[in-house]
Design a protein around this ligand. Structure first.
Ligand SMILES: Nc1ncnc2c1ncn2[C@@H]1O[C@H](COP(=O)(O)OP(=O)(O)OP(=O)(O)O)[C@@H](O)[C@H]1O
Length: 515
């Protein structure tokens, strides 16, 4: 272990301060990657995004009907681009023939789509044998209709899609559609960064198989494009640090830069805290809520739709039960008004209640009574389930998995208990500047990258040097498959909640919305 590694390892056991954090303005402007579809469309219109040449080449390939894989480091604009891609696909194919999916529920609903599992008709753990997978899907008439109807299929967060599943679905597409072309002729748009969170294996004793390891991978795309311009960070030193970390190549200079992000004081409670584990997040949020010792209002979500679809509503879109009291730190989970900064990820504090609805003073200074909002699960262009809830989440703490896609001004990351590859990079790449980063529980050994991923990007980059992209030679794309934890401000003196009262959201909606 060299001197710097030792220094970082030792510092991993320190407690850290938020000196500087508490003195700074606490406005946090972040967003969840995908849940910005509607407003981002507006944003695109208003802010007139200047697409880079790389981004333009993707848009042009899409308009030529090509299948594209879009990748790139965190903050290179994949999400912004995919939102525009969806818009153009819908114009080309009509909305009902464009299916939007993602590997996770949060990303799927956020893009107003569905999970890849629900689109594909995969129930429970999937069959590794493509033929068995096909037979199981055949039993689901609606899934068969979706596969037959699709002209274009978007798959977001593909780093978490299993490689065998990817092969299996390609086989299913061909068989169900009876078209002997890759993916049965569907225009595929697959998006993700394999250096971020990997697939969660069905069987943890087996090594992870990434989607790029699927036999059909290369033949699935006419173009594989790596976006290289990072927008989220502007400090070249930080960008380079993150690029090295992405490849697992952190050096002594990087470690000493990160060491500056350690400090002794406890973090200001207004700064979002990220943890690897959900348990820690819940613990911190609950402790903080109780420590306020105020009467709590409980908001149970109102769900409509078929039971099979309702399950998806519980996958982290909006809490099925939200508890708030005066003083709660909250994060907006829906875009309410982009121009006023009331965007998904904006944080604030509950300052009171108006007829049972929370009044939030945002860190930008805006004060607003938050009314219930709706989230829809779509199947093609049909709404199949809906959730109504107050669009807030307790925001003292969040998991690293939940923050994938966010852009944060300031963040306090406790990496104790960090597991798997890509987690440290995913967490650190959320923040815009090193000055906004407060780090704890970090050891350099936690920076882990899968050599298979590194090899994939090396090849992608080498090929890009020649053509600036990988063009599939075979345009007919015949199929290839024959068959320390810092307390993070959590109060030690846990108080008792005085009283809980339930808000009648159903009644409110009936009265206000005349459902
Ligand atoms: N062409 C562009 N011009 C200016 N800003 C852009 C452009 N493309 C993206 N951005 C901005 O870059 C930031 C990061 O974009 P985005 O969230 O789409 O990145 P991402 O690649 O999806 O990141 P992640 O992998 O972390 O989810 C956003 O604030 C977005 O507005």
């Amino acid at each position: 272990m060299n001197f710097f590694t030792l220094r970082v390892a030792l510092s991993g056991y320190r407690t850290f301060s938020t000196k500087g954090f508490s003195e700074q303005k606490t406005y946090i402007n972040n967003k969840y990657k995908a849940e910005t579809t509607t407003v981002t469309k507006r944003q695109i219109r208003r802010s007139k995004i200047q697409w880079t040449e790389e981004q333009k080449s993707v848009l042009s390939a899409i308009e030529q009907g090509k299948s594209v894989f879009i990748t790139g480091s965190a903050g290179t604009g994949k999400t912004m681009l995919v939102i525009e891609v969806i818009k153009r696909l819908k114009k080309m194919h009509t909305p009902s023939k464009v299916f939007i999916t993602a590997s996770t529920g949060v990303a799927a609903v956020a893009l107003k789509g569905q999970t890849l599992h629900s689109f594909g008709g995969i129930r429970g753990p999937f069959y590794h044998d493509p033929k068995k997978l096909f037979e199981s899907i055949l039993a689901d008439n609606r899934a068969v209709r979706r596969w037959q109807k699709a002209n274009a299929l978007v798959v977001d967060e593909c780093s978490m899609v299993d490689g065998e599943l990817f092969d299996g679905l390609e086989y299913v597409a061909r068989k169900v559609r009876g078209v002997d072309e890759m993916w049965g002729g569907i225009q595929m748009v697959v998006v993700g960064d394999f250096c971020q969170l990997p697939p969660i294996p069905n069987d943890s004793s087996k090594p992870v198989k990434y989607a790029f390891e699927a036999r059909c991978w290369d033949e699935s795309f006419h173009l594989q494009k790596e976006l290289t311009k990072v927008f989220r960070q502007s400090d070249p030193q930080f960008i380079e640090l993150l690029q090295r970390m992405r490849k697992g190549e952190i050096d002594s200079l990087d470690l000493s830069l990160l060491e500056k992000c350690y400090s002794e004081r406890v973090c200001d409670s207004s700064v979002v805290k990220l943890f690897p584990l959900k348990k820690k997040v819940m613990e911190v949020n609950e402790k903080m809520l109780k420590s306020l010792q105020k009467d709590v209002t409980v908001y149970p979500a109102v769900d409509t739709g078929k039971d099979t679809w309702k399950k998806l509503l519980n996958q982290g879109i909006a809490p099925d039960q939200l508890e708030l009291c005066e003083g709660s730190r909250v994060m907006l989970i829906k875009n309410l008004d982009v121009r006023k900064g009331l965007v998904n990820g904006a944080t604030g504090t509950v300052v009171g209640f108006d007829n049972g609805l929370p009044i939030v003073k945002f860190d930008s200074g805006k004060v607003l009574t938050i009314k219930p909002a709706e989230w829809s699960i779509m199947e093609g262009d049909e709404v199949v389930a809906k959730r109504w809830q107050i669009p807030l989440r307790l925001a003292w703490a969040q998991t690293i998995h939940k923050c994938q896609g966010m852009t944060l001004e300031k963040v306090s990351i406790d990496l104790s208990g960090s597991f798997g590859v890509g987690m440290v990079y995913t967490a650190l790449s959320r923040v815009k500047t090193l000055a906004g980063l407060h780090l704890s529980g970090f050891k350099s050994s936690m920076i882990r990258m899968d050599p298979k991923v590194l090899e994939f990007y090396k090849k992608l980059c080498n090929k890009s040097l020649d053509t600036s992209c990988i063009e599939s030679k075979d345009n007919s794309r015949r199929h290839s498959l024959s068959c320390t934890a810092e307390n993070a401000g959590a109060a030690d003196n846990v108080g008792t909640v005085e009283k809980k009262c339930y808000f009648d959201l159903d009644g409110y909606l009936s009265r206000r919305l005349k459902r």
